[in-house]
Design a protein around this ligand. Sequence first.
Ligand code: IMP
Ligand code: MG
Length: 189
Amino acid sequence: MADKIKLHDRTFKSYLSEDRIQERVQVLGLKISDDYQDKQPLFLSILNGSFLFAADLVRAFEGDCEVSFVKLASYDGLKSKGKIKKRIGLEVDLKDRHVILVEDIIDSGQTLHEFLPDLKKMKPASISIAVLLLKPNSVKYPFDIEYLGFEIPDKFVVGYGMDYDGLGRNLPSIYQLKTKKKKKKGKKK
Ligand code: IMP
Ligand code: MG
């Protein structure tokens, strides 16, 4: 894993290695396998960001399951635009299904806050949430997360499915935005 990478105009530093991510995803996959032993869950991955996490998580799941996708987006560059766009809708009937929502990262929580009521209207038997990363300090809409990878500080990250303006999704590890050090005041040369 490179110490630093550059995407567009920004520099990012290494944050979570591929090994750490894979180890944690395996643990989550086994926990889900245990909890859903007698059920056939439907993993619902929220695109684009969760495609790699979902791919690894369902492969760590032991048992029969289904996998489906919806495409939601709120982010533009480094900031959330605050309005969720549904770009590809749901193609499966969720009635009486055990749904596991798979999301890459929860920042404000707005995406799930807006999407969950839509899901509940479809009357699934149960809904649980699997999220790789949570920024607890930026969450405005809290909810129960049954399967959480890591809590992280409120800093922009890329890699393992997550992007900065389209780039970085293919990186197997996660990088954090490098912020410029503030110059100390009152120091004159
Ligand atoms: P929320 O609606 O504010 O919780 O933001 C959720 C979505 O914004 C996530 O599913 C990501 O796709 C994207 N997002 C939030 N934080 C980051 C980040 O640090 N890097 C890349 N994408 C992010
Ligand atoms: Mg996402």
